[in-house]
Design a protein around this ligand. Structure first.
Ligand code: ATR
Length: 246
């Protein structure tokens, strides 16, 4: 885009986070993306927190305003939905329930956005069941908690199945949920993008599901922040994907 700007990685110790964030605006920074392990803690530091970030309990995008205030937002859910819409344009959110595997920070963003676009019910399953119960408490009656060992039994009839656990990621164990309940046409998406084609996605593809990989979520979640910081809205397309993969 010919912008005069930089996007640089910074490794910040948790106990230094506030000091660093208060200093960056004085150095000309217009904002930052926030990732593990700072996404929750940053809510206490920000001067303004969006409703979305409050509901999710985490922020991934900070905007440094001209008046010096730090505005925290969460665009993960937006990125998730935009990615699914782009990869599975025929998906009708209101037509069938969703199945979400995992109840961590990423899952909270996914659930908020699925409820937002009108999914009638979310069947949520997590190895540590109390974490899923807590999520139900926060997000309400449209979330139903399923036992982790039952995960394979609720895939049939789902409109969309989401892996929001870290299982299947390079260096992590494989996701072992039995997939024979999956039906052709169901949208299956993985938040894991390394590898790009996880075993979940490969098996789902074989069954005839519409498969959406996790790289697009990473790209789409960056769009709102980029636009706020630089005044231009990037387009997520094949060229951008190729550039990132390259
Ligand atoms: P993130 O912010 O990426 O969601 P997280 O909050 O650490 O990260 O959540 C990781 C998710 O992967 C959780 O749902 C976690 O399940 P637990 O709540 O039981 O820990 C899930 N997960 C990680 N390792 C797992 C494993 N070996 N088996 C099953 N689930 C696993």
């Amino acid at each position: 885009m010919g912008l005069q700007g930089f996007y640089i990685p910074m490794d910040v110790a948790p106990e230094r986070l506030e000091e660093v964030l208060r200093t960056l605006p004085h150095m000309g920074f217009v904002g930052v993306n926030i990732t593990i392990p700072h996404k929750e803690k940053v809510l206490q530091i920000a001067d303004l927190v969006s409703d979305r970030a409050t509901l999710i309990g985490a922020a991934n995008t900070l905007i440094f305003r001209r008046d010096g205030k730090i505005h925290a937002d969460n665009t993960d859910g937006y990125g998730f939905i935009e990615n699914v819409k782009q990869g599975a344009p025929d998906w009708k959110p209101s037509h069938a329930h969703a199945v979400v595997l995992g109840a961590g920070g990423a899952s909270r963003a996914v659930i908020a956005s699925l409820l937002d676009v009108g999914v009638p019910e979310i069947l949520l399953t997590n190895r540590t069941r109390p974490r899923a119960e807590k999520l139900k408490e926060d997000f309400g009656q449209r979330v139903r908690v399923i036992d982790w060992v039952q995960a394979g039994n609720v895939l049939e009839g789902a409109g969309i199945v989401v892996n929001a656990t870290s299982l299947g990621m390079v260096g992590q164990p494989e996701l072992r949920v039995p997939l024979d309940g999956l039906r052709p046409g169901t949208v299956v998406t993985d938040l894991v993008y390394a590898p790009l084609e996880t075993r979940l996605l490969a098996e789902a593809r074989q069954i005839g599901c519409t498969v959406v990989d996790g790289l697009g979520m990473l790209l789409h979640q960056a769009v709102p922040g980029f636009e706020r910081w630089f005044g231009e809205r990037p387009v997520v397309d094949d060229d951008l994907r190729r550039a990132v993969l390259g």
